[in-house]
Design a protein around this ligand. Structure first.
Ligand code: UDP
Length: 240
C-alpha cells in the first residue's frame, strides 16, 4: 500500500543527548547520519519539516550553575552549543541531498540566518528543512520550550519528540523503576499534574494552551518517524 502522510507540517525536537550515541560528550557521526536519514525520509514523503536541536550533549546552563557559574552565562553557552549541533545536522542533511537552512535565535550571521518567522515559513513552503538553533534566544528556557514555541509559530500540526532507548512516556523512569508502565495516550493536563517526563512544564503548558499534540517516540527504530507521519500509532500521544 502507498503510504500517504497525514501531516502537512511537523516540528521535530532532537535532543542534544540523542546526537551523542554511545559517547560521553559531543556528537556521534553515525548517530547524526541516522537522524538525517530519517528526517530526509519524512521530507521525501512531502511533509514540511522544522527541527529544533538541543545542546545537552555539549553544555547545560544548569550544570554550569551547579559548579559556580552564573546561570545566565551558562545558558548562553548552552544556546551556543545548540548551534554546533545544528551545523552538524545541516551537514548530514545536505549529504542526503536535502536543502536546509539554519536559523539562529542568537545573531551569528556568518554561519546561520537570524530567526525570522515569515522567512522560516517560506523556507518550509519551498521544501527546505529549517533547523532552529539557539533555543528561544533567552536564558532560563530550554530547547523543549523552543520546540513548542517554534511549532506554534510555524503552525506545525504536531511536535515529534525524538527519544533514544525509550518507546515514549512511562508512569515512572523505566531505567530506575521496574514497575514503570508504558502510557500510549495522555492529556497535556494529566502529564503536567503527574510530572511525567514528556518535556519540561513550561513547554508542556505552552503546548496545552495552544492545543498542540505531541508524539513522544523512539528514534532508535528508523521506521518510527515515517510511520507516525503516515498516521500509525507509535509511541505516546499527548493531546488535549
Ligand atoms: N538554553 C537556554 N535557552 C533556550 C534553550 C536552551 O538557555 O531557549 C540553554 C540551557 O542552558 C540548556 C542548554 O541551552 O541547558 C541546552 O539546551 P537543552 O538542555 O534544552 O538541550 P537538550 O536537553 O535538548 O539536549
Amino acid at each position: 500500500a502507498e503510504d500517504a502522510p497525514v501531516y502537512r507540517r511537523v516540528l521535530v525536537k532532537v535532543s542534544g543527548e540523542s546526537l551523542m550515541g554511545s559517547q560521553e560528550y559531543g556528537t556521534d557521526p553515525e548517530r547524526i547520519r541516522a537522524i538525517a536519514r530519517q528526517l530526509a525520509s519524512v521530507h521525501r514523503l512531502g511533509v514540511e519539516v522544522g527541527v529544533v536541536v538541543g545542546g545537552g550533549n555539549i553544555f547545560r546552563g544548569l550544570a554550569a550553575q551547579a559548579s559556580g557559574m552564573d546561570r545566565a552565562t551558562g545558558d548562553y553557552m548552552g544556546m551556543l552549543a545548540t548551534v554546533l549541533n545544528a551545523l552538524a545536522l545541516q551537514d548530514a542533511l545536505e549529504k542526503q541531498e536535502v536543502a536546509t537552512r539554519v536559523q539562529s535565535a542568537i545573531a551569528i550571521s556568518e554561519v546561520a540566518e537570524p530567526y525570522i518567522r515569515r522567512r522560516a515559513m517560506r523556507h518550509l513552503e519551498k521544501g527546505r528543512i529549517v533547523i532552529f538553533a539557539a533555543g528561544t534566544g533567552n536564558p532560563f528556557f530550554t530547547t523543549d520550550t523552543a520546540a513548542a514555541l517554534r511549532a506554534i509559530e510555524m503552525h506545525a500540526e504536531v511536535i515529534l519528540m525524538a527519544k533514544n532507548g525509550v518507546e515514549g512516556v512511562y508512569s515512572a523512569d523505566p531505567a530506575v523503576d521496574p514497575d514503570a508502565t508504558f502510557i500510549p495516550e495522555i492529556t497535556h493536563m494529566e502529564a503536567i499534574e503527574r510530572r511525567l517526563r514528556v518535556m519540561d512544564s513550561t513547554a508542556l503548558t505552552l503546548c496545552m494552551e495552544n492545543r498542540l499534540p505531541i508524539v513522544v517516540f523512539n528514534m532508535g527504530d528508523e521506521r518510527n518517524i515515517d510511520r507516525i507521519v503516515c498516521g500509525e500509532r507509535v509511541g505516546t500521544l499527548v493531546r488535549t
